[in-house]
Design a protein around this ligand. Structure first.
Ligand code: NAD
Length: 327
């Protein structure tokens, strides 16, 4: 039996594959390296370069490696880009998700853990958000993830698929070996660390008149190793016959952009130059998770997700990899 990790050369997928390998699982990763890095693939795993859109390739990998469970991290995830180019997002995330499901169906693989997102909820009606919060994505990225969740729900009824959609809030931090390297980088913590290291001039804060305590957006940061732990537990849960559904993975506490900037200043000892820009289109001002369901069903509670720990681990990785991954 093996676990098939799509997007295993990406930031979160690499840390999940690392964790599962350390647990003694046989892991095979598929990635087209569109935003991932060959150097981020765990050496203990099998690696196949290719796209989830290629059902024939995916079917051959599922059969060859006797895959019993899929962890589906592959996808595009930049909100702004999805607004500018929704076709690309629906193609890769939705058509790709469909192709993956079709391959799983024809090979009789019936378990999947999915990298979903808090962006499926849209603007907050209540905080913290639990899984019964209304679903109303406000950008094509969130909608594309929700469409995949809906495909799972119908596949579960029709073909007996077991699935968990893990709705991550904001991933951060690094493991001992793997960290965050996106090009272009759009995530707050790596950008703020670049400013602290003198590699960028200033941190742009998009909007400072939101209805939040300091006017800047509030996000829930979850350590990437805690996310990996959530996936290991999700696989175990599905293998034990647990019910399908959606589960939030977040720390349960929110930090504003300015609070994150202060945490970066505290960890690095540098003062960040801030610039204030226009609010970004279709962005929720506050996204904070309720993590009660994750605790109840998976026994999951984050252990490294305090903001200083996340920033310190991200910084350590960036100091060890000043230019990110070589490949
Ligand atoms: N980073 C976050 O804070 C966050 C939050 C919520 C959800 N997510 C979701 O988690 C997943 C992983 O995010 P990440 O930050 O690690 O992003 P990432 O870009 O580092 O990883 C995605 C990986 O998928 C690969 N990929 C993309 N399309 C593919 C395709 N068609 N076939 C094969 N491989 C493909 C990329 O090359 C990359 O290695 C994404 O699906 C994202 O939507 C991330």
């Amino acid at each position: 039996m093996s676990i098939f990790v799509t997007g295993g050369a990406g930031y979160i997928g690499s840390v999940i594959a690392e964790r599962l390998s350390a647990d003694g699982e046989r892991v095979v990763c598929l990635d087209d390296l569109s935003t991932g890095h060959r150097d981020a693939v765990v050496t203990e795993t099998e690696f196949v370069q290719g796209t989830i859109l290629n059902s024939t390739l995916v079917e051959s990998v599922l059969r060859q490696h006797s895959v019993d469970t899929v962890i589906h991290c592959a996808g595009f995830s930049i909100v702004d880009e999805s607004i500018r180019d929704p076709l690309r997002y629906f193609e890769n995330n939705v058509v790709g998700g469909h192709a993956l499901l079709r391959a799983m169906n024809s090979c009789g693989v019936r378990r999947i853990v999915f990298s979903s997102t808090a962006a499926v909820y849209g603007a907050p009606c209540s905080t913290p958000m639990d899984e019964t919060h209304p679903i109303a994505p406000i950008n094509p990225y969130g909608r594309s993830k929700r469409m995949v969740e809906e495909m799972f729900e119908w596949h579960a009824r029709a073909y007996g698929l077991s699935f968990l959609s893990l709705r991550y809030f904001n991933a951060g931090g690094a493991s001992a070996r793997f960290g965050e390297h996106h090009s272009p980088e759009t995530h707050l913590i790596p950008i703020a660390l670049d400013v602290a290291a003198g590699a960028r001039d200033a941190l742009t804060v998009y909007g400072n008149a939101y209805p939040t305590p300091d006017g800047t957006c509030v996000r829930d940061f979850v350590h990437v190793e805690d996310l990996a732990d959530g996936h290991a537990r999700a696989v175990d849960y599905l293998r034990r016959g647990g019910d399908s559904g959606a589960i939030n993975l977040g720390s349960g506490s929110g930090h504003s952009v300015l609070q994150v900037a202060r945490a970066v200043e505290h960890v690095t000892g540098q003062t960040l130059r801030l610039e204030f820009g226009e609010p970004r289109e279709n962005e929720a001002h506050t996204l904070v998770a309720s993590r009660e369901k994750a605790l109840a069903l998976l026994g999951w509670a984050p252990s490294r997700s305090n903001i200083e720990q996340i920033v310190a681990d991200a910084r350590r990785w960036r100091q060890q990899h000043p230019r990110g991954y070589a490949q």
